[in-house]
Design a protein around this ligand. Sequence first.
Ligand code: KG4
Ligand code: ZN
Length: 344
Amino acid sequence: MAIVLGIESSCDETAAALVTSERQVLAQRIASQDEAHAPYGGVVPEIAARAHAERLAPMIEAVMAEGGLEFADLDAIAATAGPGLIGGVMVGLVSAKALAMAAGKPLLAINHLEGHALSPRLADAELEFPYALLLVSGGHCQILRVDGVGRYRRLATTIDDALGEAFDKTAKILHLGYPGGPAVERLAREGDPTAVKLPRPLVGSGEPHFSFAGLKSAVLRAHESGKHTAADIAASFQQAAIDCLLDRLRVALGDGDDLPALVVAGGVAANQSIRSELEDFAKARSMRFVAPPLELCTDNAAMIGWAGCERLELGQNDPLDFQARPRWPLDPDAEPVRGAGVKG
Ligand code: KG4
Ligand code: ZN
């Protein structure tokens, strides 16, 4: 059995965890920076990097103490090496390099998106490759085919905003505070999802990509019209987003039934309405539906430690001069799509 220390610092969550190749999380800590960024309505990279630098080392110490382990007991050190805010990524990656060097252990430089993509396998021992993955977070909105560790084919991506970003912007328009996703979901429960007519961008298109910029602008217009309650706007926005997800999945997956499971991962996967509609969608196609527990959906270090375990098991590790990467697509061969703000 291998034990891996996982470190996550690519956005506004500082996290460390001890994970085993037998799917145990021996200890984990996570510190959110929501309060530090809230006055700005979004993550400020400089503030994030400083907060990671302040918190990470004591957090690693605490996790090691809770697990009752010395660094010599570890089999590897895994840290997010991108994509993300470069200052924060460097804090985590350089810490991991120093620990790996001092303890004489292998370093695993983990793609944050691979952490999300493999996280359902940490929670579910039965989940085998291949599977269809809907990866929906603050920076990414993709449908991928996962054939194995390191073997990802992108079927669809967004041509403008990520879905989490659309939730966050909707929250900002409705003055719900930051982070926006959970606040929009809460308010949507009190609203009528059919009350406000909102567009479903790209629905009906033969290309499976996503677009959410037009939806966000329509939310702004609906709010400025003064005709609707915030709850109705939130509920209608969430329903439009779900309709887009299901239609785009239909196109991306086609009639093919060679993918036995539909897996959802990333921060937006914490949304209960989205989860339940995806579950119905999967059932109707006789696919198994797998969603990690909520605490594994949003950014965390257990998923990074687990991705480390999976790669270590395949005999992989990374050199000490591995560079932090602000951008790092899971499928480097994917064709670029039209649209300016394409991410990952
Ligand atoms: O994966 P994650 O923690 O960080 C990134 O790698 O981006 O995802 C954060 C995103 C944010 O945009 C947040 O608003 C969204 O996930 N999110 C949600 C919910 N919880 C988090 N969106 C909708 N409903 C939620 N319950
Ligand atoms: Zn993430």
